[in-house]
Design a protein around this ligand. Structure first.
Ligand code: IPD
Ligand code: CA
Ligand code: CA
Ligand code: CA
Length: 257
């Protein structure tokens, strides 16, 4: 990991988070994308552009994948690739003014190097550096002990649980129960804090899973698609993030319909 790059990301994320907090004091410009629950605001676009301008200034050879499409068209993962979700949980940002995050994943030749998730309204910055450790506000994070699925909570999307996508109800039945926050960022934070044993989503895009993939990898958690393989940062996939003690059991439950 390039520590100058790491320190720059910390500074940029603090700046972006402050700007997002202040933006909630005025009226947002909200547009619908594909449905009434799929929103984008001027702050999603401005935050993405803020990071892209910084990256292009300091690291012009790096490739950038951003949800709002202002980055590069990336079709190979060679070299350094940044994957950015400027606001994860835009619906929460607009409706609840809470429970949303900024997510950045850094990859080298397709493999995770570092991941950053900023829980903006709690001013909590989580990051993981692969091969080093996971931190909350620069202090190493001590996750709670997870032993078995039947002693744990699970995290996932409410609609996917109720539609039993990938047999998700089996996770509900085996565990103590499910929790859902409407933001992959906040759900992944729940997992890395040890509040739940896993987070599963039936269809995550690269910017939804990149940061969490790198952070979980840094703490020895497993992150795979439904067939047990490593996620591809160019493809939308079902992704299971899980404590190693429950990963295999969860994968089997999800795969049996
Ligand atoms: C969405 C949120 C949501 C998840 C969706 C994502 P966005 O991200 O993380 O919780 O269920 O799959 O697309 O659009 O708010 O960045
Ligand atoms: Ca979105
Ligand atoms: Ca987003
Ligand atoms: Ca997202």
């Amino acid at each position: 990991m390039d520590y100058q790059l790491h320190h720059r990301i910390l500074v940029w994320m603090e700046q972006a988070a402050e700007t997002l907090k202040y933006s909630l004091e005025r009226e947002l410009q909200v547009e619908e994308k594909k449905s009434p629950s799929d929103l984008v605001t001027e702050m999603d676009k401005a935050t993405e552009q803020f990071f892209i301008n910084k990256i292009r200034e300091y690291y012009p050879t790096h490739q950038i994948i951003g949800e709002e499409g202002q980055g590069d068209i990336v079709d190979d993962t060679k070299g350094t690739v940044w994957v950015i979700d400027p606001i994860d949980g835009t619906l929460n940002f607009v409706k609840a003014k809470n429970h949303f995050g900024i997510m950045i994943g850094i990859f080298e030749d397709g493999l995770p190097v570092a991941g950053y998730i900023y829980d903006v309204m709690n001013s909590d910055l989580y990051y993981g550096i692969v091969g080093v450790d996971v931190y909350l506000n620069n202090h190493p994070l001590e996750p709670l002990k997870i032993s078995q699925l039947n002693e744990s909570l699970v995290l996932g999307n409410v609609e996917s649980f109720s539609n039993n996508v990938y047999n998700m109800k089996a996770l509900l039945n085996v565990s103590l129960g499910a929790r859902s926050y409407g933001s992959a960022a906040i759900e992944i934070i729940g997992l890395i804090r040890g509040e739940a044993a896993l987070y599963f989503s039936a269809g995550l895009r690269p910017w939804d899973f990149a940061a969490g993939y790198a952070i979980c990898e840094s703490m020895g958690y497993k992150v795979t698609t439904i067939d047990g393989s490593r996620p591809d940062i160019l493809t939308r996939s079902p992704i299971l993030f899980a404590h190693p003690n429950v990963h295999q059991e969860a994968l089997e439950l999800l795969s049996h319909k």
